[in-house]
Design a protein around this ligand. Structure first.
Ligand SMILES: Cc1ncc(C[n+]2csc(CCOP(=O)(O)OP(=O)(O)O)c2C)c(N)n1
Ligand SMILES: CC(=O)[C@@H](O)[C@H](O)COP(=O)(O)O
Ligand SMILES: [Mg+2]
Length: 654
């Protein structure tokens, strides 16, 4: 019988011998590869924390002790050992297991969102609450990756944790040297120095032990090696200068803050991990356990994947690690290709990523223009604020982020880019419904949130051609921030315009002589809108479909277009409340146009993990649902317009 089958709760781990733990770790790796290959998910990160998770659940007593996971994408092993192994066939699926901790699933889970660098703040808060409650025996443990540590919020928390020696928190740094790509910056260099120092001393220790037992020649050789080591240290001191001297024998940044630093520890040696965690647990004050792990360990395709060690995958062939479904041209790739072409003729263009170069399509740009490419780490606020500095100095920064991660940099967009009227371009990938990555990954809030930013301009491309056109337009704007937003995945077929109404693309014109409906499609909803218009025509309702292209500020032609139609329906892959549709309602009212408006989008809330199609269906954003809405609303308008018909408001929203 497999050991894994015997593990239903953390207590089941505590009776296992060391050889059994090693065997269990192997079984868990096989389990992860088998299941995540079939469902998609975060394979590399979870393969890297198998031993660490086992040690954590043997040393600490979850759920009384709170175990927090920063980002939470690496909590699959935590879920396996807390009784959810049987649910992995439904990983990241509707009604199935979330890809992140979920309080609904288990008392062992706490932080449900996937936005990095927040776990230490929760730990500080929970430690304060435990202190208030006099719960001195409740341990607060936060696992934070080296990538997540490049986020500023983590340092705000560390500053507070370090402020209270009497309020213990165990901070486990899961250092695998990578975000997606290798982690960048001074912190990464510092962690590497700590790692090297450990390796350095471990090698020296090994040398002494191995050679010391090899008689006179061995001892002589050890003396030579020791002298060489000292010489290297001196040389490094001389070469690097005193101020870098610590690079050879570093004192940790954490220690400098007054935190107890324990490590570096081999993050795959369960015995060493447990000893270090026990030390931190008994320390009685905030302590950092610096664990050295390897992302993707135990699965060759992940270990050999130079880009990101199979950080986040779709379904793959477990034998090869290769995707089962080729992606085709993605929005990210279309953007990256166009930006490289743009950069060829626009020397002022530079590109910024927040630790996700490959995911946002910037690998080619980075290879072709390394001096004009900047990975700032998981630091979206800094990405935008530093872009403000670049723009003020005459560059045109293009900051490529996932839509959902822009949320945390709204103040920088408002006060650093918009207030100064700076020419910088935000490219928001994964905007709209993403689906299986859970509620915190849907890019639902950008269109609503950014409506509030004075002067900012937003483009929503409907296909690769409009993306190319709008990116070039955006980069030519030097006195305001611009935004492009598009969804995750493959670009659809090109959607040509049938005509133009000023700045507005007319994608389909209603047949003359009817009470037509004006369907305003934002970005990629154009395809759905055109299909819906066809369905409406088949049911006797004529529909004009337009794409405004730039949705903030709205094209001035829209009110006049609306005045010529019996009803306006807007469709967007974003929040209904406060999005483009709401702006259309306001624009018509301000123009004195009384055509009724129906706004379609994603209702308020946090759609749980499901496929993009399932969530769009629930939101009424499929062609059939849009057609039904148009038909129903058109009938209401017609009834209201007939003599003695029911009165309707000048504009109404669902
Ligand atoms: C605010 C924010 N920006 C970007 C991301 C995307 N993201 C998810 S995991 C990850 C890398 C995390 O690196 P690390 O913390 O070292 O964890 P590891 O995957 O190495 O275990 C990134 C950038 C995110 N989750 N949150
Ligand atoms: C955890 C995290 O934020 C990323 O790893 C994200 O899950 C990747 O999303 P994509 O799969 O859309 O690149
Ligand atoms: Mg990492």
């Amino acid at each position: 019988m497999s050991l894994l089958a015997r593990i239903d709760q953390p207590a089941d781990l505590r009776g296992l011998s060391h050889p059994e733990l090693v065997r269990l770790a192997g079984e868990i790796r096989d389990f992860l590869i088998r299941h995540v290959a079939a469902t998609g998910g975060h394979l590399g990160p979870n393969l890297g924390v198998v031993e660490l998770t086992l040690a954590l659940h043997r040393v600490f007593d979850s759920p009384r002790d709170r175990l927090l996971w920063d980002v939470g994408h690496q909590a699959y092993v935590h879920k396996i050992v807390t009784g959810r192994a049987g649910e992995f066939t439904g990983l990241r699926q509707r009604g199935g297991l979330s890809g992140y901790p979920s309080r609904e699933e288990s008392a062992h889970d706490h932080i449900e969102h996937s936005h990095a660098s927040a776990a230490l703040s929760y730990a500080d808060g929970m430690a304060k609450a435990a202190q208030f409650a006099g719960e001195a025996d409740r341990h607060i443990v936060a696992v934070v990756g080296d990538g997540a540590l490049t986020g500023g919020l983590a340092w705000e928390a560390l500053n507070n944790i370090a402020e209270a020696p009497g309020r213990p928190v165990v901070i486990v740094v899961n250092d695998n040297g990578r975000s997606y790509a290798p982690t960048v910056g001074g912190l990464a260099r510092h962690l590497a120095a700590l790692r090297a120092h450990a390796g350095y001393e471990r090698l020296a220790g090994w040398g002494k032990q191995a050679l010391g037992g090899a008689g006179t020649p061995g001892r002589a050789l050890h003396r030579t090696l020791h002298a060489a080591k000292e010489g290297i240290k001196e040389g490094l001191r001389a070469g690097l200068g005193e101020d870098h001297a610590e690079a050879v024998t570093p004192h940790s940044l954490f220690g400098a803050l007054g935190l107890q630093y324990i490590g570096p520890v081999d993050g795959h040696d369960i015995t060493a991990l447990e000893a270090a965690l026990e030390r931190a647990k008994a320390h009685g004050a905030p302590a950092v356990v610096h664990c050295i792990t390897r992302k993707g360990l135990g699965y060759a395709p992940a270990e050999q994947d130079e880009e990101d060690h199979l950080h986040g995958i779709g379904t793959i062939d477990p034998r090869t690690g290769r995707p089962l479904r080729p992606a085709g041209l993605t929005w990210s790739a279309a953007f990256g290709r166009e930006l490289v072409e743009l950069a060829d003729t626009h020397p002022e263009v530079v590109a910024i990523t927040a630790a996700m170069p490959g995911s946002v399509g910037l690998n080619d740009f980075a290879a072709r223009y390394p001096a004009r490419f900047f990975d700032v780490g998981i630091a979206e606020q800094h990405a935008v604020a530093s872009a403000a500095g670049m723009a003020m100095a005459g560059l045109h920064p293009v900051i490529a982020l996932y839509g959902t991660f822009l949320n945390r940099a709204l103040d920088q967009v408002l006060m650093d880019l918009a207030l100064h009227r700076l020419g910088a371009t935000l490219v928001l990938d994964r905007s709209g419904v993403t689906g299986d990555d859970g509620p915190s990954h849907n890019g639902l809030w950008d269109l609503a949130m950014l409506q509030a930013v004075p002067g900012l301009r937003i483009a929503a491309p409907r296909d690769a051609r409009t993306l190319r056109e709008q990116l070039r337009q955006a980069v030519s704007v030097t006195d305001a921030p611009t935004v492009l937003r598009y969804p995750r995945g493959a670009v659809g077929p090109e959607i040509p315009a049938a005509g133009r109404a000023g700045a507005v693309d007319v994608l389909r014109e209603a047949a003359p002589g009817t009470d037509p409906v004006l369907l305003i499609a934002v970005g990629t909803t154009a395809a759905v809108a055109l299909e819906a218009a066809g369905l409406c025509a088949g049911r006797g309702v004529e529909v004009t479909v337009v794409d405004p292209r730039w949705v903030k500020p709205l094209p001035g032609e829209l009110p006049a277009l609306a005045a010529g139609h019996a009803l306006v329906v807007t469709v967007e892959d974003g929040l209904r409340t406060g999005g483009v549709g709401t702006a259309v309602v306001q624009a018509l009212q301000e123009a004195g146009v009384r055509t009724p408006v129906r706004v379609l989008g994603v209702a308020d809330g946090f759609p749980r993990q499901a496929t993009r199609a399932e969530i769009l269906t629930e939101a009424g954003l499929t062609a059939r649902a849009v057609a039904d809405t148009v038909i129903q609303a058109a009938a209401q308008v017609a009834a209201a317009a007939s003599p003695g018909g029911p009165r309707t408001a000048s504009g109404f929203e669902r």
